[in-house]
Design a protein around this ligand. Structure first.
Ligand code: ACO
Length: 408
């Protein structure tokens, strides 16, 4: 019996029992009860509710509650939640002054990540101990409430307009639209078509289990860093073009194809060429291998929104031709590369009047409740451990130190 009582950590060290899973293709990093995703069947559910049903019947703030607290809210619960989120929409005047230090053309994702991290400095007392449930709750509400204000101020800064303060008589999404597009001394009414379209886009982006940015939030948060620090790291992870930055990259790609004469075939061929670094942005997904259920909903909404707003966008035509050409091409079929959520989202954002550099910020606003819910689930789990992946070392073996004068 004694012989069998082997110290598992020693065994690992001796036999090199470390799993190498480049890009975490098969490795589950956590148990989670938030989002169910079946990539083969194209199923996405938040807390058991199908994404298509939530997109049709719910609102973003209700979905945020669902993700964060686990159930659809009853009326008093939702009223209290909405009231608290509404109360925290303003940002501290000193935080507002930080915008002065950013150059006018700085990318709004740079501003968003920095400002969210800076919230740690403003709310240190309540946020510094993530294990304190009261401080945790307050910090979560502050983050959800202030993110649209921070995002809209980034936009106003970039165009040199004065910041528009939150109007707490409006809904979460309408308030954001108002802060983005209204100007002082001019009457502004939020278009309900725009409000609904944006609400829907945010719902579709609200969570997606252990993607790159969410895993980043969990990894940073696992050290018990405060929620603002953990989620600003998620914002930065989202920025990359292979993740949330894809929605901006899609529009830039479609514009490029258009400026080159709209030769779809040429670009499809280029994407297949392994010697070129060009990829069809908005195509492919690590998990969805038949279709992305969010893309299906967005494509339908995209047509409806353009029609209702009376917007004609030639980029939509190019996008549809590109989709058709790629879906007929053996290369894309073999590799199961389908349009993902971001292939069409940019076209809706354009129709609404959101500038291209703000697209990834829109994604971040949508993903905020998901990041919060995932962070909260981890922090509330008493057996959660600090994240600490291993590696397989493939560098030099031991080498004697050579003094500088003898290195030649
Ligand atoms: N265009 C052309 N070829 C592609 C594309 C594409 N968009 N995506 C994947 N491929 C090819 C790869 O070259 C590879 O080919 P090979 O087997 O001949 O080497 C094969 O398909 C598998 O691709 P991987 O990069 O190994 O797949 P992975 O799961 O690592 O990447 C990713 C998924 C990053 C989404 C990828 O498909 C991609 O870069 N897409 C474009 C960027 C994009 O739209 N990102 C948004 C993702 S969704 C989101 O974050 C909301």
């Amino acid at each position: 019996e004694n012989e069998l009582a082997i110290d598992i950590s020693k065994l690992r060290a001796l036999s090199g029992l470390v799993t190498l899973d480049d890009g975490f293709v098969n490795t589950g990093s956590t148990l989670s009860g938030i989002t169910f995703l079946d990539g083969e069947e194209g199923i996405l559910r938040y807390r058991g509710y199908d994404i298509a049903e939530l997109a049709e019947k719910s609102t973003f703030l209700e979905v945020a509650y669902l993700l964060i607290y686990g159930d659809l809210p009853r009326k008093p619960e939702f009223d209290a939640f909405r009231e608290s989120i509404t109360r925290h929409t303003m940002i501290h005047e000193d935080l507002k002054r930080l915008y002065d230090g950013f150059p006018k053309d700085s990318h709004p994702m740079a501003t968003l990540g920095s400002m969210i991290n800076t919230l740690s400095g403003f709310y240190t007392k309540e946020a510094s101990d993530p294990l304190d449930p009261v401080g945790r709750e307050l910090s979560i509400h502050r983050l959800l409430a202030k993110s649209p204000t921070i995002a809209a101020f980034s936009h106003k800064k970039s165009i040199g307009h004065p910041f528009m303060y939150p109007n707490n008589s409006l809904s979460y999404v309408a308030n954001f639209i108002q802060m983005m597009f209204s100007v002082p001394a001019e009457r502004y009414e939020v278009d309900p078509v725009v409000e609904r379209a944006l609400d829907l886009l945010l719902i579709l982006h609200a969570d997606h289990e252990q993607n790159c940015s969410t895993s980043t939030v969990r990894l940073v948060g696992s050290s018990r860093a405060n929620v603002f620090a953990a989620i600003s790291s998620g914002v930065n992870a989202l920025w990359g073009p292979l993740h949330g930055g894809a929605n901006q990259a899609v529009i830039e790609m479609l514009q490029h194809i258009q400026s080159e004469g709209g030769n779809i075939k040429k670009f499809v061929e280029m994407a297949k060429d392994k010697n070129s670094s060009f990829r069809l942005m908005g195509f492919g997904h690590r998990v969805y291998k038949n279709f992305d259920p969010r893309a299906k909903i967005i494509k339908k909404t995209c047509n409806e929104v353009l029609q209702k707003l009376g917007v004609k966008d030639s980029l939509l035509e190019i996008a549809m031709q590109l989709e058709e050409a790629a879906l007929k091409d053996e290369y894309f079929v073999e590799r199961k590369l389908y349009p993902n959520v971001d292939f069409y989202s940019g076209i809706i954002y354009r129709a609404i009047g959101i500038p291209t550099e703000m697209f990834t910020v829109m994604f971040a606003l949508g993903r905020m409740p998901g990041w919060i819910a995932q962070w909260k689930e981890m922090i509330e789990n008493p057996s959660a451990k600090i994240g600490r992946p291993r590696q397989i070392y493939n560098g030099s073996t031991v080498r004697p130190f050579v003094p500088a004068e003898k290195r030649g």
